[in-house]
Design a protein around this ligand. Structure first.
Ligand code: PFF
Length: 450
């Protein structure tokens, strides 16, 4: 065994793996991006397609990534080099690293907002504000471009700090305790939201589907959101899979993570839409949907002041456990493939992310120069990574496992060399080999044509 391999970090316990993978999955994607996408894509119909995506594609793709990672014990690029030496497959890994970098760049913008909102919550600046005032504050904040960049920089620094400390100590410890707490606070918020006057309109927006709304755009958005939310298609779970021990059960890990992530997303929908309809916020309001609605719900709650602070702190932490995994993909690549030591890999990756990411932040100002063809740099980064690179990465990953790695090795990995039962392995492999590649391609192409 090489020196480098012996030194690889690993997750300590079963709950640690699930917590870390769920920490990667659960983040702004669930609480911020999911309601935005749902609101912009017709509500309940989107939810249905989304659920189909996460169940039928999410689980197989996630399991494929974990299998690749654990079998190869390598970063996203190294994994393909090891499992398919001297082939073009490593391109999938490079695509993943690039995608991780792009996502981190714009994701850190919104992550930074969570810090601003913690300050706002602490200073009680939401108190008594109506919708117009709340919206004004939100857009004023966007127009303070450099303030956005400052928070973004702080967030990137925090992420770098945790990643530099390493897998075992950094990620695992934080994720384990805090994600369940987020669930609890969302449940409390959900109860308040559905009991607001006029909430039923939001509930029917969320749960009564109008099937005529399902078109190519809805399909690709649901696919992109599913991959984004589950952290799939860019090697984050290949990288995390490589830290999982040989005796751990990959299938149950994939199921637990998909379940937890989906629960949080649906719960976020249940928090946002009934309240948004009650306050008169349009479901298509985009960015403001979440950042304006949530403080307004807290304004209507006893103890809202404290809950609001706790909520934004937890949201920041949820974002952090996701940015950690984004940065980890890049750092694991730089340190293992390019042999730059972990400290400098982290520093360079963070500096580069801040540089590119600041364009995303500054592109949200009014009259920004950073827009191309009417789309902000932020939107472009989001669109290219989530709706193009992730599905493309996902399809290549399942093709790799289904056709190149093959059934025998896949079964060996999911049964831990025959020592545990994985009763769904045949069905899942069938999906990986045939259904998932076809389904992802169809959705992807229909979205592009649309
Ligand atoms: N899944 C994260 C979220 O929903 O917020 C975002 C993300 C993290 C996407 C890591 C991709 C990734 F590799």
């Amino acid at each position: 065994m090489s020196e480098e391999k012996k030194k690889r970090d690993g997750f300590g316990s079963k709950i640690g793996i699930i917590a870390a993978a769920a920490g990667s999955a659960i983040g702004l994607g669930n609480i911020y991006r999911f309601p935005c996408e749902l609101g912009n894509n017709g509500g309940a119909a989107f939810l249905l397609v989304y659920l189909a995506v996460v169940i039928f594609l999410g689980i197989p793709v996630m399991l494929s990534e974990l299998v690749i990672g654990r079998r190869s014990q390598s970063n996203a690029v190294g994994a393909f080099k090891k499992l398919a030496p001297k082939s073009a497959w490593s391109i999938v890994g490079y695509m993943g690293v690039l995608c991780g970098f792009i996502i981190f760049a714009f994701y850190s913008t919104v992550s930074g907002w969570t810090l601003e909102y913690i300050i706002k919550a602490v200073s009680n600046s939401f108190q008594g504000k109506d919708l117009a005032a709340m919206e004004q504050d939100f857009s004023d904040f966007h127009n303070m471009g450099w303030r956005n960049v400052m928070w973004q920089a702080i967030f990137i620094f925090l992420t770098g700090f945790v990643v530099f400390k390493g897998v075992q100590n950094g990620i695992e410890r934080y994720a384990k305790i805090l994600m369940p707490l987020l669930l609890v606070i969302l449940i409390v918020l959900g109860i308040r939201s559905v009991t607001l006057p006029g909430a039923s309109e939001g509930l029917s927006f969320l749960f009564s589907p109008d099937f005529s709304k399902i078109d190519g755009k809805v399909l690709i958005s649901a696919l992109g959101q599913g991959f984004f939310s589950l952290s799939l298609g860019m090697g984050a779970l290949i990288t995390y899979g490589s830290y999982i021990k040989k005796k751990d059960n990959l299938t149950s890990t994939a199921f637990s993570v998909v379940l937890a992530d989906t629960l949080i997303a649906v719960l976020a929908g249940l928090v946002i839409f009934p309240a948004a309809f009650s306050f008169g916020i349009r479901p298509t309001a985009g960015m403001g949907l979440v950042f304006n609605t949530i403080p307004m719900i807290f304004n209507q709650m006893t103890g809202g002041y404290i809950f609001c602070i706790i909520f934004f702190v937890l949201l920041a932490i949820a974002a952090l456990t996701s940015t950690i995994s984004l940065l980890e993909v890049v750092v694991a690549y730089l340190s293992e493939e390019l042999h730059i030591n972990r400290k400098w890999s982290t520093v360079w990756a963070c500096v580069a992310t801040l540089f590119i990411g600041s364009f995303a932040s500054l592109s949200l100002m009014e009259n920004t120069p950073f827009a191309i063809g009417g789309r902000t740099v932020f939107d472009l980064m989001d669109f290219v990574s989530s709706n193009i690179l992730l599905p493309l990465g996902g399809v290549l990953i399942v093709i790799f496992v289904g056709w190149r790695l093959g059934k025998t090795k896949f079964f060996e990995e999911v049964t831990n060399e025959g020592t545990i039962k994985a009763s769904l392995k045949k069905v899942i492999f069938f999906i990986i080999r045939y259904l998932a590649p076809i389904a992802i391609m169809i959705v992807f192409i229909s979205g592009l044509i649309n």
